[in-house]
Structure formats: C-alpha cells, structure tokens
Design a protein around this ligand. Structure first.
Ligand code: MRU
Length: 385
C-alpha cells in the first residue's frame, strides 16, 4: 500500500489489486468506512485502487479523472455528498450541504449526472431529521443511485441486445460489426456500461460481434479503457485511429454505431466525447444506424437545444501536447508537439438529434425527439408539454 500525491491531497493507493475480482468500479468499504474506486488514469498498465474519505477527495477524483464517465461521476458525487455530511462542521446543515454540492458541481461541467446526483441528494435532506438521520439518508442515497445505475445498465443491455440480434439474423453468422467511441463501458458506470452493455450481453449469448474501438484522443479512453474491457471479456475488437471510422463505413465494414452520452436534451441532442459528432455525420452519409445508449440520469429535462445550451468542457493543453505510454513497466509522459504550439482541448461535442437513429434507455429504445422521449418517461412531462 502507498500514498499518492494527487493535487495537494494524498490519497491512499494500493497497487496491482486484480480489479477483475471486483465487478464494480466503485464501492463502499465498510471495514475502512470509506469509498474505494479504480484509478482509471493508470489503466490498463496498472490496477490501482484509490480510497476516498472526504468531499475534497471525491471532487479531486472527478477533476483529475480518476473516475470518469457520466454515470460513475454521478455516483461519485453522491458519495461525495455523504462524505461531506459526515465531516460536517457545526454550521447550518442544509446550507453547508448546498455549498458542498456546488463545490462538487464545479468539478466538471458537461456530464449532467453530476448535478442530477447533487440535486437529488439535497432534495432528500429534511430539517425535521436529526443530522445523523440526514447523514444516513445521504449514505443510503449514494448506495441507491449506484444500484439504479447497475439496473439501468442491465436494461440498456437487454434493449440494445435486440438491435444486435436483428442485424445478426441478416448476417448468416458473420460477426455484427459495431463501432464505438470513447469508453462508455463498465469503467464509466458501475457495471456493464451503457454502449458496451449490449456488446457484453451479445457475447454472453453467443452472438458473434466485432467492435471497432476509436482510440479517442487526447486521453485515449477507447484505446486504453474500452480495449482493455473487451480484452478482459474476450470480445473481439480492433483499435482504430479516430479518423478511420468514416473509411470503414464507406467500405461496409460497420453495421452499427453505439456510443454513450454525457448529457442529452429533451429534444434528443446528444453531448458525448469529442469526435462523436463526426462519427454521426459519417454514419448518416453511409446509411448506418447510429445509436446512443444512456440512462435517464443523463437526460437533461430542462434543456432543449444542445448546441447552444450544453456547457462543453475545455481541459488542460497537456492532455494534447503530451502522450502517456508504458516504457518498461512504468508509465511515462512524452511531448509530441513542438514546445510552444498553441493547443485547444475541447472535451465534448454535440450530435444533433437529426443524426441519431435512436436512444437506448433503461425503459426501451426511442427516437431522439421530445415526444418519443416523453412517451417513455411520461412522469417528466411538464404542464406546458
Ligand atoms: O471525459 P470522460 O472520459 O468522462 O468522457 C466520457 C464519455 O464521453 C462517455 O462516452 C460518457 O460519459 C458516457 S459514459 C457511460
């Protein structure tokens, strides 16, 4: 076990624990009375488990992308609210929790699951309860949200599996060729993933598939995380540079595109990892179905026009100018640009609803438009809908 310096806080880290032993990406260690998760910055080269015991450690885990992926960011934020409550000083409980929530919300702007989890947690706190009762409520909420995300992934997998099955029927046993971008896998959720959930279930039931995995510059979530997940699961895949998908589509080497989402509006506009929009354009140009797999915790019921309303994160230039890789058994960083090159590093883009064939949610598959989404989630229909 060793101490790792992350920003100005040190987080307890223990090395090379075989995380496949633990099917979940985040859990509460009751013996140690703190949250544990996988440090995704070092995968697939090192399996490091990180211990999170305070609000600040939860926030750093999000900003430093120790945890990443919309659903996992949401669950980490829920645990962050609980950790904040149990370390609560003596001020007014609700306002202190509101401050803690705002602090967590300011960690990353695009994934709506973060604000969803903070707001839902805050809505549970009641002035009638004792502080201890509210602390227990926040713990139960974090565990409940984690279980909901697990159930959502399973349902998304089942509905997405039907899409793969229907294509497989026409392929006389040939593998269904699926392209995916970034990592919307179990590492981005708690179990099974969103975009990967139908792939895991198809593999489980013996439907032949092959996955084209976009490397997903600049942080390579595809090349490092999705490839590792599929490898571990024995699912055939090929890593491709991000600019390759269009060529493969033109040559009929892609049957289906499935990606995740960080925030989808009520109109069906989808924010996801930068580069997703270009894949949607290529899919539309080649008549290839383009599906977005997402839980309802990733739908922003208040927003409509994604291009003008969804906040797009811009991250540190070093993510573009430096590249990480394994040299011997250590992860090293290398400069890949001339010293003074100006860099722009947008983390996400928006795919307009018109380019989305359908949304795969925990309640079923629907068209990317307001009426179809509200048909699946009628309780979200507001008076003026
Ligand atoms: O910057 P990241 O790695 O958090 O971006 C993740 C993505 O864009 C995922 O596709 C999205 O969060 C869906 S995860 C199920």
């Amino acid at each position: 076990m060793s101490k790792a310096k992350i920003g100005y806080l040190s987080l307890m880290v223990y090395n090379n624990v075989h995380i496949m032993g633990n099917p979940q990406t985040i859990w509460f260690n009751h013996a140690k009375n703190l949250v544990e998760t996988v440090d995704q910055r070092y995968l697939p080269f090192q399996n490091l488990i990180i211990e999170i015991g305070t609000l600040n450690e939860a926030r750093i885990a999000i900003t430093e992308m120790i945890v990443r992926g919309a659903p996992l960011i949401g669950v980490t934020a829920a645990y962050g609210m609980y950790l904040a409550s149990r370390n609560y000083s003596a001020g007014e409980f609700h306002s202190e929790m509101k401050q803690a929530g705002d602090w967590l919300k300011s960690s990353r702007p695009t994934a709506v699951n973060l604000a969803f989890a903070v707001d839902e947690a805050l809505s549970l706190i009641s002035g009638q309860n004792t502080v201890q009762e509210n602390i227990q409520l926040l713990f139960d909420y974090a565990e409940n949200l984690k279980q909901r995300e697990i159930d959502f992934s399973r349902k998304i997998g089942e509905f997405g599996l039907e899409l793969i099955k229907s294509i497989s029927k026409k392929k006389n046993g040939e593998p269904v060729q699926i392209l995916t971008h970034c990592n919307a896998g179990r590492l981005a959720c708690v179990e099974l993933g969103t975009a990967t959930a139908p792939m895991y279930l198809a593999h489980e039931v013996g439907i032949p598939i092959h996955v084209w995995v976009d490397e997903t510059r600049p942080r390579n979530q595809g090349a490092r995380l999705t490839a590792w997940e599929l490898d571990e699961a024995g699912i055939p895949y090929t890593v491709i540079p991000d600019n390759t998908g269009g060529h493969l589509m033109q040559h009929h080497m892609v049957d289906l595109v499935i990606v995740g989402s960080d925030r989808t509006t009520l109109k069906g506009d989808v924010a996801n990892k930068i580069g997703t929009y270009l894949k949607a354009l290529a899919a539309a140009d080649n008549g290839i179905p383009f599906y977005v797999a997402l839980p309802s915790t990733t739908i922003d019921w208040k927003l409509s026009d994604g291009l003008s309303e969804i906040p797009i994160e811009q991250r540190d230039e070093r993510e573009v100018s430096m590249m990480e890789g394994l040299l011997g058994n250590k992860v090293h960083e290398f400069r890949i640009l001339p010293e003074k090159s100006p860099v722009a590093n947008y983390g996400f883009d928006v795919t307009p609803a018109r380019l989305v064939t359908g949304l795969i949610t925990e309640r079923g598959v629907c068209k990317a438009d307001k009426e179809s989404i509200l048909k699946l989630f009628p309780e979200k229909r507001s008076d003026n809908d």
